[in-house]
Write a protein that binds this ligand. Structure first.
Ligand SMILES: N[C@@H](CCC(=O)N[C@@H](CS)C(=O)NCC(=O)O)C(=O)O
Length: 205
């Protein structure tokens, strides 16, 4: 296999850390572009991501955005590492299931809470503070279901660490900042399992 040429637009604490972690697990070298807040919305990033958001990647000259898509592309580059279920297998659909679940039922709500409480994305005059309690309620509803699932298994797909866990783990990491994992012992144990891994880039909140 030729070594793929990979550029990652990133900023350490953001969702781009998912991709950084996957690249470290994959042992694939890459060029880090940005790692400074000025990269967000820049002309260079907009050439790869239409909204100028992170992460974005260029793999062998082909642009790709959305952290879930980039994780899958990276993991598929190194099938021997088994960082994602085989394409076409039922396990791959379980990967899609948990990524979609985490994205739509959990991440969307913490993202909305963040947008409505910091002045970086939109000015405070546009904040809707009343939305925060509702966001927390929806997040915790989904977190309860995930907590139950993780009472049965250490990792989400085939009980083996994969990029599915990197994707979902970040959603938990984010929720933990808002104390949304309180009372969910299986989620806390899972999060601790992920944080104990050598390449996990996240710091305890
Ligand atoms: N669904 C996207 C989210 C991308 C996203 O919103 N990234 C944030 C950083 S974590 C960003 O670049 N925000 C800047 C902005 O909203 O202008 C993904 O997972 O890649």
């Amino acid at each position: 296999m030729h070594a793929p040429d990979i550029k990652l637009f990133e900023l350490a604490p953001t969702r781009s850390s998912r991709v950084r972690w996957a690249l470290l697990e994959a042992e694939l070298p890459y060029e880090s572009v940005g790692n400074d807040v000025s990269i967000i919305g820049s002309a260079a990033l907009r050439e790869v991501h239409p909204l100028g958001k992170l992460p974005a990647a260029v793999i062998d000259g082909r642009p790709l955005f959305e952290s879930a898509a980039i994780l899958a592309a990276v993991a598929d580059l190194v099938p021997d590492k088994k960082l994602i279920a085989t394409p076409g297998s039922w396990s791959r659909y379980l990967h899609e299931q948990w990524v979609s679940f985490a994205q739509s039922e959990m991440e969307a709500f913490v993202q909305s809470s963040e947008v409505n409480s910091i002045d970086f994305i939109i000015p405070p005059s546009q904040h809707v503070p009343d939305i925060l309690a509702q966001n927390d309620m929806f997040y915790r509803k989904a977190a309860a279901a995930l907590n139950e699932a993780l009472g049965q298994t250490d990792y989400l797909v085939d009980n083996r660490f994969s990029v599915t866990d990197i994707y979902v783990g970040y959603v938990l990491h984010w929720g933990e900042e808002r104390h949304l994992l309180d009372g969910f012992e299986h989620l806390q144990a899972y999060k601790a399992r992920l944080m104990a891994r050598e390449h996990c880039p996240w710091q305890a909140p």
